[in-house]
Design a protein around this ligand. Structure first.
Ligand code: DGL
Length: 276
């Protein structure tokens, strides 16, 4: 029996919001999710560390038989994807592919905005990399993009603090800072795969006319399109509707938190990915 799942990687739980949408569109494929929970959050870490951690996780997923890996993490996509695609794959794994979440989002985001002013909410790493400014500029040069780093949001989400007064405070704080950058923003992109869990809180502090865009569906549609265009990759993937969940952290924590992100109960196993 063929073992060639699609690898889905995130620093923690956030990528499960992407996997959930991918599974809706491609339910027959096998998936192996890896959360580097022991080393999350990645957002505040420096470029070299994020690159090094992401590469270890990608190599782990390759070692588990994944021909295709999705970095379901904006921070890793911003800081590590290009080097992995251009420097690592040609040398180490020329027949494997690694895709990110920033480009598919940048390709469509302009279609959501009438005022042509878009706010991007992300981790410190994603915002500092300016990847969204660069990528959106390629597809929608007429769009004005305002960025806002939200360094407290991932720790709040990772710790399950979705309904606390502290979360309300930090959601309002970053939204106010972003909206103060332009009165005409009509579209907010949640450019971190953890943030969809904060959507109900975000809505409380936003004017009704502002669209809030999460990436799960966008990335899922883009993967479907990729597999249609790359039949050689599509044919290599195994399809027994198997889903495995690996975490570098505690399985008890993972299984306890994952349901909120994935929408159904999961049973994870603990793994080590670091090459000491
Ligand atoms: N979910 C990751 C992202 O999309 C970020 C989490 C982190 O800071 O580790 O950027």
């Amino acid at each position: 029996m063929k073992n060639a799942p699609i690898g889905i990687f995130d620093s923690g739980y956030g990528g499960l919001t992407v996997l959930r949408e991918i599974v809706r569109l491609l339910p027959d494929h096998d998936y192996l999710y890896l959360g580097d929970n022991a080393r999350a959050p990645y957002g505040p870490r420096d470029f070299d560390t994020i690159y090094h951690y992401t590469l270890e996780c990608v190599q782990y997923l390759f070692g588990q038989g994944c021909p295709l890996v999705i970095l379901a993490c904006n921070t890793a996509s911003a800081k590590a994807l290009r080097n992995i695609q251009q420097l690592v794959l040609p040398q180490l794994a020329p027949d494997r592919r690694v895709l990110g979440v920033i480009r598919p989002t940048a390709e469509v985001i302009g279609g959501y905005s009438k005022t042509k002013k878009v706010g991007v909410l992300g981790t410190l790493g994603t915002v500092r990399s300016e990847s969204y400014l660069i990528e959106i500029g390629k597809f929608f040069p007429e769009l004005e993009v305002m960025q806002q780093a939200c360094p407290m949001w991932v720790p709040l989400v990772e710790n399950g603090e979705l309904e606390s007064a502290g979360t309300d405070f930090f959601v309002k704080k970053y939204l106010d800072e972003l909206l103060a950058k332009s009165a005409d923003i009509d579209t907010l992109l949640l450019a971190c795969t953890h943030y969809p869990l904060l959507e109900p809180v975000i809505w409380q502090f936003l004017p009704k006319e502002i669209n809030v865009i999460s990436q799960g569906k966008i990335v899922a549609r883009s993967l479907v399109d990729y597999l249609l265009r790359h039949s050689e990759m599509a044919e290599r993937l195994s399809k027994q509707a198997l889903r495995s969940f690996h975490t570098t952290g505690s399985t008890e924590d993972f299984d306890g938190h994952a349901t909120a992100f994935f929408g159904e109960a999961v049973k994870s196993i603990h793994v080590e990915v670091a090459h000491l």
